[in-house]
Design a protein around this ligand. Structure first.
Ligand SMILES: Nc1ncnc2c1ncn2[C@@H]1O[C@H](COP(=O)(O)OP(=O)(O)O)[C@@H](O)[C@H]1O
Ligand SMILES: [Mg+2]
Length: 373
């Protein structure tokens, strides 16, 4: 007989049963894959003929199950504060299965890391992506983002609008970002934790100096260089071997030494993206001194101007998409329902782990919900 006094843990049950428990919450189709990032496990499910949905569940290592659950509530709370912008990823429901809070998301077409070396992702499409990403960050800063702290291509999901709309005009800028993974957001300002992924950390993260919009600009510069060179890191090496965990490269890139040396040398990109104006823009974004970097708006204007020089049709479309995304971001959305769902998970976590402080930290009050609307 099972011991009724020992509560079960979602983390200890076999994967097939985990899939089943998740699927029955929403009646979605088969589990298509399971992947693990640094902090979460992603279960992907068939949701309709052309759409897929996924569930993120916090990983319970190395933290305890309770710590993982509350850290995940923090991540979701921040993600809620950034809602809504078309270029920013958002959850559409929450739940608790045994001791694991879960969040439901739409599963997009890929992440940006998977597209870096793809020739079909054109130079113009990449410029559009960078301008969209700048718009996403600008929006998040207005909603309380101090610094994302883990901005890198794997945390930018990508939707290809050509897959959901037919008859779109001929242009290269239909791939749009969904800025994602809010697990490290504002950790420095709130908890004194400056870490991120070493190859993508800004000088102020290494130096434990204040982070802010200037940190986002650094990240935009770094990602711009990587995208526009089809996969080079400004340190002078391709990112793919590190990404593929090629031994030697991966271990070297995990060490502080290489990055501190690069930082001491002024973080100058070793190559060119093939355009003098863009090279200059990236060089300024990567200035170790935050005061030398452009503002997000300046970055965006320079990227759009480079796009205009190459294709006025792409420029017009990209510009329209940015303005439209901003317009739609300020209209009313379905958060009253979501806030209720989120709060019920917060209450369930507090009860499950006998920790009433979770309520004080994460419950969304009506006043706050109104202020966030
Ligand atoms: N909704 C999604 N659409 C597309 N890819 C996703 C989605 N959610 C997760 N992924 C993939 O799973 C990886 C890990 O997800 P992420 O939310 O970043 O978790 P972690 O916090 O563990 O890094 C991402 O880098 C991406 O490749
Ligand atoms: Mg991630």
């Amino acid at each position: 007989m099972p011991d009724e006094t020992v509560p079960h843990s979602f983390h200890d049950i076999p994967p097939e049963l985990q899939h089943f428990l998740i699927r029955t919450r929403k009646g979605v189709g088969d589990c298509l894959s399971t992947t693990s990032g640094f902090a979460g496990r992603i279960f992907r499910f068939q949701a309709g003929t052309a759409t897929e949905t996924c569930v993120k569940v916090p990983l319970a290592t190395p933290a305890t199950v309770g710590e993982a659950a509350t850290r995940f509530l923090r991540e979701l709370r921040l993600q809620r504060a950034m809602y809504y912008h078309q270029f920013v990823h958002w959850p559409f429901d929450f739940d608790l299965i045994d001791d694991a809070p879960i969040a439901w998301f739409r599963f997009w077409d890929s992440d940006l890391a998977a597209l870096i070396e793809d020739d079909r992702f054109t130079f113009e499409g990449r410029l559009g992506m960078l301008a969209y990403l700048a718009a996403a960050l600008d929006h998040c800063h207005m909603k309380g983002l101090v610094a994302h702290q883990d901005l890198k291509p794997e945390n930018v999901f990508v939707q290809d609008l050509r897959r959901v709309a037919s008859g779109l005009p001929d242009a290269s800028i239909w791939r749009i970002p969904k800025l994602a993974d809010f697990g490290s957001v504002n950790l420095a300002s709130e908890c004194g934790v400056f870490d991120g992924t070493k190859a993508y950390m800004a000088p102020e993260q290494w130096r434990r100096m204040p982070l802010g919009r200037h940190t986002s600009v650094w990240s935009l510069g770094l990602i711009a260089y990587e995208l526009l060179t089809f996969g080079q890191h400004p340190v002078g090496e391709p990112t793919r071997p590190w990404r593929n965990r090629a031994s030697g490269v991966f271990n070297r890139w995990q060490k502080k030494r290489m990055w501190l040396r690069w930082l001491d040398g002024g973080c100058r990109p070793t190559g060119t993206v093939g355009d003098a104006d863009l090279d200059e823009l990236i060089r300024r974004c990567l200035d170790p001194d935050p005061a030398g970097r452009p503002a997000i708006a300046g970055f965006s204007a320079a990227i759009l101007s480079a796009l205009r020089q190459r294709s006025s049709a792409d420029y017009e479309q990209a510009n329209f998409r940015i303005v439209h995304a901003q317009d739609v971001s300020s209209s009313n959305h379905d958060w009253p329902y979501l806030d209720k769902r989120f709060n019920s998970v917060v209450a369930a976590v507090a009860e499950r782990f006998s920790d009433p402080s979770v309520l004080d930290r994460y419950l969304i009050s009506e006043e706050e919900a109104a202020a966030l609307a």
